[in-house]
Design a protein around this ligand. Sequence first.
Ligand SMILES: *Cc1c(COP(=O)(O)O)cnc(C)c1O
Length: 374
Amino acid sequence: MIPLRAWTEIDLSAYERNLKNIKNALPKHLEFVSVVKADAYGHGLPQIVERSLQSGIKAFAVANIHEAFEIRNIGVGWPILLLGALLPGEEHFIPNSDFIPTISSIEELHRLNRVCEAVNTSVYIYLEVDTGMGRLGIWYEDFTECFNLVQSMNFINLSGIYTHFSDPINDPEFTLLQRQRMEALLNSQPLPKNLKIHADNSASFWDLHKYPAFNAVRIGLLQYGVLSNEKSNLGKLNISPTLSFYTKIGLIKKLPKGTSISYGRKYILKKDSKIAILTAGYGDGIPIAYGEKGSVIIRDQLCPIIGQITMDQIIVDVTELDVVETGETAILIGASKTQTISLELFSERSKTIPWEILCSITKRVNRTYINPRG
Ligand SMILES: *Cc1c(COP(=O)(O)O)cnc(C)c1O
């Protein structure tokens, strides 16, 4: 086998444990909708969906119809919620598909209805309400018109209604306002029975027993053992990271004090140093911004990144390591015996959010899986 240069390792049993612990923490009346968009947050959609099914998950959400077809390749029998807008032309793929589109406008509704009438087939939809996210969804003050139209359409069945929070961690007051706008809508008209009603995602799902109007949650990031930010109160949830990110030492050399390191010549060695050139760079998804305060773990020690991160290499200072060899593994995200670089920390030091880091790991990085089921 050709040695790997940069790879992620995805722990499927950690993933399964996370699902179980999240499910156990949810009030019993809440359905768990597993969000697996963007290739399951960079974990590989087929592997993650298969393990979810084995763990009893029965509902999935993805961003778009292409991703929904990827799930269909695995099998049939579970509804797939499409979280994105329904593009003109996509409505033809909804009848007889088990895909449940999110409808945000009367225009989308008419388009879908025309196709359903033409093929004489009814479909299920979700209505999304914009309660303050300012993105997809029907503005909450215009909801009733759209809702009444759905009720009048013979081929369109309502599966559920959901909204999305814009700042659940930092602005609990606004989140509550969004929740109340949603609750007011739900109370303002008689609703069909058995509707799925949801609002919460990874960042907001705590204390849900207080909001009986909602009966499902859409969980993405948390499944992968990652907290939305350090203010999250979900630390007590007992989840663990599912993804580690590794590279290797390609070259070790000694350079004299005063040598400049990497492009731009902004980093100058303050003393005679031993440096290691690692075989991954921004071409693998390590943001240039991470270079400023970032480090890697080699032989259970943190080694600082020096000089600018380049496309195929990053350079670290290994002067402190007495013994170190070419070909050894360096941990970019993950843990050794005594050191940890969490995805949360990696993201913060890259001046971005964990979601973006997971989506930025490029296809040059090999994915490996551990702890598959028997
Ligand atoms: C991505 C997404 C989610 C999942 O969010 P996490 O924070 O990853 O749990 C839920 N709802 C919608 C509408 C989304 O786009």
